[in-house]
Design a protein around this ligand. Structure first.
Ligand code: F6R
Length: 236
């Protein structure tokens, strides 16, 4: 495990973008696992900058997102597809058909979970997986529970997750209560994992996840077992 302490959020974002760009430079058709939430927004801004300056070419890259809310369409400005298009995908030269998220509008969510795992398998898994972390230790939307879910699953969002995400919605009752999320297999089989944690409020859960007991009560603790984990932190 490599831990990099960033000076500030901009520094964290630049370092994360540099590592993702390096991956795409070394393997132009890399499969990049992407996350949403507030933490990676700066990373996406930096990636757009690096693209505009001509340092990185995404024309052959593929992206696979971790999760999507159940019941939100790509046109809904709270959906993760909308977020990804706005923050990154519309501003780089990636082919939209090579960008993937679970379908929050699928008629049969169980089938959709299977389809998403097959898609990831067919792409050969992620070359690099970007992750944020929830205050309760969730990664993707795998909430604390008695087992580590292996496969893409329908996650009932925990109270603290709904509360944390309410800031993006008009009212907490508008926050969807379920999401489709990749499981631990897709994350742990990624060749590299890049975990970002920004803010003093993430310090405790990062310490618990990286140095505490490996337990599904702290989903991110499974990352201790990953052979190539980089964590970039900024606890300010
Ligand atoms: C988002 C995701 C979540 C977030 C986590 C942290 O795709 O899977 O696990 O990474 O909730 O969110 P922020 O960055 O908003 O603190």
């Amino acid at each position: 495990m490599k831990i990099v302490e960033a000076k500030n959020y901009e520094d964290l974002s630049k370092k994360a973008a540099a590592l993702i760009s390096a991956q795409v430079i070394l393997k132009p058709n890399a499969v990049i696992g992407l996350a949403t939430g507030s933490t990676p927004i700066g990373t996406y801004e930096q990636l757009v900058e690096l693209y505009k300056k001509g340092y990185v070419d995404f024309s052959n890259a593929r992206t696979v997102n971790l999760d999507e809310y159940c019941g939100l369409s790509p046109e809904n400005d709270q959906s993760y597809r909308y977020f990804m298009n706005e923050k990154l995908l519309n501003h780089i030269n990636i082919k939209m058909e090579n960008t993937f998220l679970p379908d929050g509008m699928a008629k049969d969510f169980d089938k959709e979970c299977k389809r998403y795992d097959e898609l990831i398998d067919n792409l050969g898994g992620m070359d690099i997986q970007l992750l944020g972390i929830g205050h309760n230790g969730h990664i993707a939307f795998n909430e604390p529970s008695n087992t580590f879910p292996a496969y893409t699953n329908i996650s009932k969002l925990g109270e603290s997750t709904i509360e944390a995400n309410a800031r993006f919605f008009d009212s907490p009752s508008d926050v969807p209560t379920a999401a489709l999320t990749v499981g631990m297999k897709a994350i742990m089989q990624a060749k590299k994992v890049l975990l970002l944690a920004n803010g003093m409020d993430k310090k405790h859960i990062i310490e618990k996840s990286l140095y505490g007991e490996i337990t599904p009560n702290v989903p991110a603790s499974i990352l201790q077992l990953h052979p190539d984990l980089t964590v970039i932190t900024c606890f300010k």
